[in-house]
Design a protein around this ligand. Structure first.
Ligand SMILES: [Fe+2]
Length: 507
């Protein structure tokens, strides 16, 4: 955080906008051999009066401290660097609203998280950074409408699962050109491992387990220009799934890390790297043994958005110690469940969006008689799902709408409680790039689960969610070919959910 200089200060001093940045005299006169802003810019966690601005400086000669990779001791060649930031109400920065100086420190991988406060609600802003002689790209962001504002429309995109090697990020190029208020990422932002064949590009390194390795993996993913464009175009909110740490981990256990203490060190490294690369408030640092990322976000009287953490607090899947009583299995942990219940009680917007990582609805994977369920999804935590649905029903929220990812297939479903009651509407986005399930696996899901009204596993892309006072529209967007860097995107299916009538309707 820097020391923000108010707009009034600049106006009172009668300075032209062009004179603002030179005024920030304490910015070190650093010179760079390469663009230190090569990872782009981002913004997130919008409220009616604040926004988080993000960037990370990278250097050609950044080397990990191999002798003690868990120590956060700064390397001598990179002392803290001053990074000037400014936010303006116009793209040319003629109308600078606020400016300040943040410190990019080695211990946070030279990431910068600036929480700008005192902004006006429901407005576009433009922002950029400068360090020495280097200038960042310009980002655009938008504050949330005031909580009681009678906003008639709100549009967001939601996305998940972007294995870097398995395809290009054309979906993000398409997303960046649209007219949206927000992007929500539902997990698997990075992958720790290589999967499948026919890669279009390479991680170049094996699975990370140390802090510098996770940092490098994020830097690789964030070097993608299409992903950068989507970050620069809209504010983001994000939760995580398993691959931000390691495949199929749950809580404090991982199937591939036998030593619990070592795994918790790995998890803390992964959580820190996630923090360092996401536009989340600086208050999230510095405890990465337990990083709270779930939260509630309000956008006028139209949208309550509740974003859940389905990984950090879950009881581990089979193979690890379990509570004796299956009714105690929880994907969210009891504390988050209690918080969710309170959040639902307080939710009174027209649409209550519940963002979690996967499909909330039941999904029988066994063709014919008998049932088989995934160990990694809500079906393994059925009692937790029932408690979640009971919170939604008990609170009497107007229109619960669940969004998720994880399955690398698009789904639209009617969410039913165990007693058969239709409680919510649900949409799962396909992957940005990650390998899909087989056609026969999808056919089984569709044959065995009549409440799942639609499934599509051959396409990659994202979902658009347009909310208005009388309905929600969901557009399923597919790219033409994930292996083609110039792929185009188009809507291939649309659904509507009507106010007061849970259930998905094909348009
Ligand atoms: Fe995934």
């Amino acid at each position: 955080m820097g020391s923000p200089l108010s707009r009034r200060h600049f106006l009172a001093s009668g300075l032209a906008a062009a004179a603002v940045w030179p005024m920030l005299g304490s910015v070190r006169a650093a010179r760079f051999d390469r663009d230190p802003f090569a990872l782009g810019v981002a913004s997130g966690t919008p409220t009616p009066t604040s926004i988080v601005l993000w960037t990370r400086l990278i250097f050609a000669d950044a080397e990990p401290d191999m002798a003690d990779p868990f120590s956060f001791a700064p390397l001598p060649q990179h002392p803290p660097l001053d990074v000037a930031w400014e936010i303006a109400s116009d793209e040319t920065f003629a109308l600078v609203e606020q400016a300040g100086i943040a410190s990019a420190r080695q211990e946070w991988a030279h990431s910068v998280h600036v929480e700008v406060e005192g902004l006006a609600p429901d407005r576009w802003y433009f922002y950029r950074f400068r360090c020495g002689d280097a200038l960042s790209p310009v980002g655009r962001t938008r504050t949330a409408p005031a909580p009681e504002a009678a906003n008639g429309r709100f549009s967001l995109a939601f996305a998940a699962c972007q294995q870097y090697e398995q395809g290009w990020y054309s979906a993000y190029r398409d997303m960046a050109a649209r007219d949206l208020d927000l992007v929500v990422h539902l997990g698997d932002y990075i992958y720790e491992k290589s999967y499948g064949a026919q890669h279009v590009r390479s991680h170049g390194t094996g699975a990370p387990s140390l802090l510098f390795e996770y940092r490098d993996r994020y830097a690789l993913y964030k070097s993608d220009p299409d992903l950068q464009a989507a970050h620069a175009a809209f504010p983001w909110l994000a939760t995580w799934d398993d691959h931000e740490v390691v495949d199929n981990y749950g809580g404090d256990a991982s199937p591939s890390d036998r030593n619990r203490a070592a795994f918790l060190k790995r998890r803390a490294a992964a959580y820190q790297a996630w923090y360092e690369h996401m536009p989340v408030p600086p208050s999230a640092a510095p405890n990465f043994d337990a990083l709270r990322i779930y939260g509630h976000h309000r956008f006028g009287n139209l949208v309550d958005l509740t974003l859940l953490d389905a990984r950090q607090y879950r009881h581990p899947a089979p193979g690890a110690p379990q509570p004796a009583d299956p009714d105690r299995y929880s994907m969210l942990g009891r504390e988050q469940e209690a918080w969710f219940d309170r959040t639902m009680q307080a939710s009174d917007a027209k649409w209550s969006i519940i963002g979690q990582t996967t499909l909330l609805s039941a999904r029988d994977l066994e063709l014919g008689p008998g049932t088989r369920y995934s160990d990694d999804g809500w079906d393994h935590y059925r009692s937790g799902r029932e408690r979640l649905l009971a919170s939604m029903r008990g609170a009497g929220i107007a229109n619960p709408l669940v969004i998720g990812g994880d399955l690398h297939a698009f789904y639209a479903a009617d969410v039913q409680a165990a007693d058969g009651a239709l409680v919510a509407s649900e949409f799962v986005t396909g992957s940005i790039t990650s390998n899909p399930p087989s056609a026969s696996a999808l056919a089984t899901v569709m044959a065995e689960n009549p409440h799942i009204k639609f499934g599509e596993a051959r396409k990659h892309g994202y979902c658009l969610l347009h909310l208005s006072s009388d309905q929600a529209r969901v557009e399923l967007m597919a790219i033409s070919d994930r292996k083609d860097p110039a792929a185009t995107a188009a809507k291939f299916q649309e659904f509507a959910v009507l106010d007061g009538m849970p259930g998905v309707n094909r348009v």
